[in-house]
Write a protein that binds this ligand. Structure first.
Ligand code: ADP
Ligand code: MG
Length: 377
């Protein structure tokens, strides 16, 4: 047993390291010679990599940047159970609590071993002057950046305020930094190194983020086989099946006079034409949302931009005009109100004969499936 394994048991109650990599990372951070980058999958014990070495440095505080207050609370609670004093300075605290934490940190022998803060907090004057003070009296053990992928635009949780931490790294070159993440993509790692301005050579401890306990599976969808489609259409026409959920192409030429309701999931084209051909009241509803409107607006405008002939351009512009009318209809309350009275009457009429729910398909809305492809891209 050495002082490291001693502390592992004494402070954290673990008899051994979770992995060889965890031990190597702990020992490298403890040496404090280089900046350290740790990339290990979620649950592999990254926190201990910086918490254990920090406990070996008496009268010093580790500054830990973490992206979320909920995450900070979780870590502080976990350390409190181990009787290790960890604090935070954040906007949600009472001023009394804040003063208590700041007073302790400014004292000669602070009780606080870990100060957890968000990157936003790092930009405040309170933190800047506290940092100056702690550095001046050599009270900072390490600066830790947890969830370090937040500094990369390639990561899934990019946080612009993480970028500002790079200045702090440049300002206090004498303090070792530790960055940890479960994301190991090449671009993300590159961003972590450059954006946090870690001092080279950086000691890196990485395991692939492959998680053995997750089993991935891909099955081809049996898309709307044509036989199924025909039989469903027949059942619907005969009234055996009261409601069909379909794409816009369904029902285009279907001669069913008694459609009592058409619901459009998304911006409608002209499918309401399929309702009430028997002359009786029918109910048509659009589920409209602005993000969908913006997406369609973008796609139609790009389509206009791509037109090569004047005929194409005219057709696309007409499509855009129809779209504008539809948007206007959906958005203008006055127009809608006037029509609501009519539809309310239709709603109260008993729905007979069946309904049709229309969704917009990638294939036939704006031709050649471009709509769907661009949306996925
Ligand atoms: P990560 O940040 O990598 O997702 P955590 O630091 O939250 O993982 O640790 C995950 C769990 O592993 C925690 O419950 C922690 O107490 C436990 N753990 C860490 N190191 C060890 C160890 N050496 N032995 C046993 N459990 C450990
Ligand atoms: Mg973690």
């Amino acid at each position: 047993m050495d002082s490291v394994t001693d502390k592992l048991l004494q402070c954290f109650g673990h008899r051994k390291f979770k992995s060889e990599l965890q031990e190597r990372a702990v020992r490298a951070i403890n040496r404090g010679v280089h900046d350290v980058f740790v990339s290990m999958p979620t649950g592999s014990g990254k926190s201990l990599c910086f918490q254990l070495p920090a406990m070996l440095q008496d009268n010093k505080v580790a500054i830990v940047f973490s992206p979320l207050l909920a995450l900070i609370k979780d870590q502080i609670d976990h350390l409190a159970k181990l009787k290790i004093v960890a604090e935070s300075v954040n906007s949600k605290m009472t001023s009394k609590d804040r003063e208590r934490v700041l007073n302790d940190l400014r004292s000669m022998k602070p009780d606080t071993r870990f100060l957890y803060i968000t990157p936003e907090q790092a930009a405040t004057d309170t933190f800047k002057s506290l940092m100056e003070h702690l550095v001046k009296y050599k009270k900072v053990s390490y600066v830790v950046v947890d969830e370090a992928h937040c500094v990369s635009e390639w990561g899934h949780d990019f946080r612009p305020d993480y970028l500002k931490l790079g200045h702090l790294r440049e300002k206090h070159k004498e303090i070792p930094w530790v960055a940890l993440t479960a994301t190991a993509g090449v671009e993300v790692v590159k961003d972590i190194m450059t954006n946090l301005k870690l001092l080279t050579p950086v000691a890196q401890f990485k395991t692939p983020s492959f998680r053995r306990n997750l089993f991935y599976d891909v099955i081809y969808q049996n898309c709307l086989k044509s036989e199924d489609r025909i039989s469903i259409q027949e059942q619907w026409s005969k009234g055996e099946c009261p409601c069909v959920c379909a794409t816009v192409s369904f029902g285009m030429g279907v001669d069913k006079a008694s459609v009592r309701a058409v619901a459009h999931w998304g911006l409608a084209q002209n499918e309401s034409g399929r309702a009430g051909r028997d002359g009786k009241s029918a109910f048509c509803r659009i589920y409209y949302c602005r993000s969908e409107r913006n997406a369609v607006d973008f796609l139609l405008k790009s389509e206009i931009g791509r037109c090569k002939t004047p005929e194409q351009k005219k057709r696309c512009k007409n499509a855009y005009k129809s779209f504008e009318i539809m948007v206007k209809y959906c958005e203008e309350r006055a127009v809608r109100r006037a029509l609501e009275q009519h539809t309310r009457r239709a709603m109260s009429a008993r729905l007979q004969g069946g309904g049709l729910v229309v969704t917009q398909d990638s294939s036939d809305l704006y031709g050649e499936g471009r709509y769907g492809q661009e949306r996925e891209a």
